[in-house]
Design a protein around this ligand. Structure first.
Ligand SMILES: [Zn+2]
Length: 137
């Protein structure tokens, strides 16, 4: 009998929760106060960038308000504030690496999905990052 397939949503939930445990607060915000619950926010969107869906440097915790705003660039005085600007300032090397990696291919078979869940539940996000880099072709 075939094993029951692991739904991708289950992997996403484990990943999102691990990112929220890593950050514990809204990481990318503007001058407006945070609002709503904390969520896991992908820089390169899940739909267009499946390669980076479970890649820890591509995800940060935001409140639901700033999560909603983050794909837009918004202005504070003369300063542009955006997810991209924040990444360039704090994680420039990760951003450059992801620009390359996001064009690669990855197959999320059940073995890989189970391993991602295991690493997320154990908060081993450095290991998860290495695993994804190995699997990207
Ligand atoms: Zn916020």
């Amino acid at each position: 009998m075939r094993r029951h397939k692991i739904p991708i949503e289950k992997v996403q939930t484990a990943f999102n929760n691990a990112i929220k445990r890593r950050d514990c607060r809204c990481m990318i915000k503007d001058y407006e106060p945070c609002y709503g619950q904390l969520e896991c926010s992908h820089f390169f969107t899940v739909g267009s960038n499946p390669a980076l869906r479970f890649y820890p440097p591509n995800a940060y915790t935001q409140c639901s308000k700033h999560h909603w705003k983050h794909h837009n660039v918004w202005k504070y005085g003369d300063n542009l504030i955006s997810y991209q600007g924040w990444l360039e300032e704090h994680h420039k090397q990760d951003l450059e690496k992801m620009e390359v990696l996001r064009h690669r291919y990855i197959k999320y078979d059940d073995d890989l999905k189970a391993e991602i869940i295991r690493l997320c539940n154990a908060d081993k996000l450095d290991e998860l990052q290495k695993l994804i880099e190995e699997k990207l072709q």
